[in-house]
Design a protein around this ligand. Structure first.
Ligand code: GLU
Length: 304
């Protein structure tokens, strides 16, 4: 089985250095295993996505030397695929239309909040029966089960499906929601390893249930540690420059690659090219805990 991995940035901003690091680890894993590294642009948010951001993401990846294989896949060009997949789940009664009103959902949410329960929405058998009638948001019929997966970096991770409720998969047959589109795409692209930031761990149980419902083969999952600011919170704009473009002017791409590569992985030496990283790279050896972004270290790599 040929290894196929991808990164899936949204063109709602410039290439974030966290996504650049994900791209590097995906690229290293693909090269190490003679596999393919794909680029999928998640551009379904029409209001916030722009062609300029998309072009800038492509340019940043090329500048870093992380060239993708094959054509760029765009979610905006795949709407008919999502529609067909939603239709299939509705026809098989694995998904249903939820006729609960906004007010009912709000009351449910408030009660859950008061009882310190996780927010979720559960429909009973009668609701699901009525859910054959078209109209309203579409939800997956989730049964009670323990969902577990063996994360390639973190080991076994377990979730109770009852915490997810009957989560929504599409606003209408024409408007698939995030987790649903991701699964349809990863399945169609025959992605074998989903390697992404740990901020997506909570999406994984939903995605696993969707693979099962769609009858698609499940990829392996690996969640990378986040890049942190010096106060150990998630690195964001308020901490300074977080986009690759911000570094283009003053830094060499080799320095940024060296910095990002060694930030969450211990190689046999500190200064190395990405080709040398390929030789040593093993997914299971990626660090589990987040690494602090230290600009002095980046400056040191750049001077070297
Ligand atoms: N669009 C998501 C992001 O930019 C991708 C998540 C994934 O890799 O599944 O974080």
């Amino acid at each position: 089985m040929k290894v196929k991995v991808r990164i899936a940035p949204s063109p709602t901003g410039f290439l974030h250095i966290g996504t650049a690091q994900s791209a590097l680890y995906n690229w290293l894993f693909a090269r190490k295993n003679s596999g393919d590294f794909y680029l999928r642009i998640e551009d379904t948010d029409k209001e916030r996505s722009t062609k300029e951001y998309e072009q800038s993401i492509l340019d940043s990846l090329e500048w870093l030397g992380l060239k993708w294989d094959g054509n760029v896949v765009r979610q905006s060009g795949r709407m008919d695929k999502y529609k067909a997949a939603v239709g299939k789940l509705l026809a098989e009664e694995k998904a249903f239309y939820c006729h609960h009103t906004k007010e009912e959902l709000e009351t449910e949410r408030k009660t859950q909040e008061e009882n310190k329960e996780p927010p979720r929405h559960v429909c009973n058998d009668k609701d699901r029966e009525q859910g054959k009638i078209a109209g309203g948001i579409i939800r997956l019929a989730v049964e009670q089960e323990t969902i577990s997966f063996d994360d390639e970096i973190r080991g076994e991770i377990k979730f109770e499906s009852s915490l997810l409720g009957d989560f929504s998969i599409a606003k209408s047959p024409d408007e698939a929601l995030y987790n649903f589109a991701v699964v349809v795409d990863d399945a169609d692209m025959e992605i074998t390893h989903v390697i992404r930031g740990e901020d997506h761990i909570s999406n994984t149980p939903k995605q696993i249930l969707l693979y099962k419902a769609l009858g698609k083969e499940m990829p392996k999952f690996a969640h990378l540690p986040l890049i942190l600011a010096s106060d150990r919170s998630k690195l964001s704009k308020r901490h300074g420059a977080t986009s690759v473009v911000d570094y283009k002017k003053d830094y060499l791409p080799e320095a940024l690659i060296n910095f990002l590569g060694t930030l969450s992985y211990t190689f046999s030496k500190e200064i190395l090219t990405k080709e040398e990283m390929v030789e040593e790279f093993e997914l299971a050896k990626v660090h589990k805990s987040g690494a602090v972004f230290n600009i002095n270290k980046l400056n040191w790599f750049n001077s070297q």
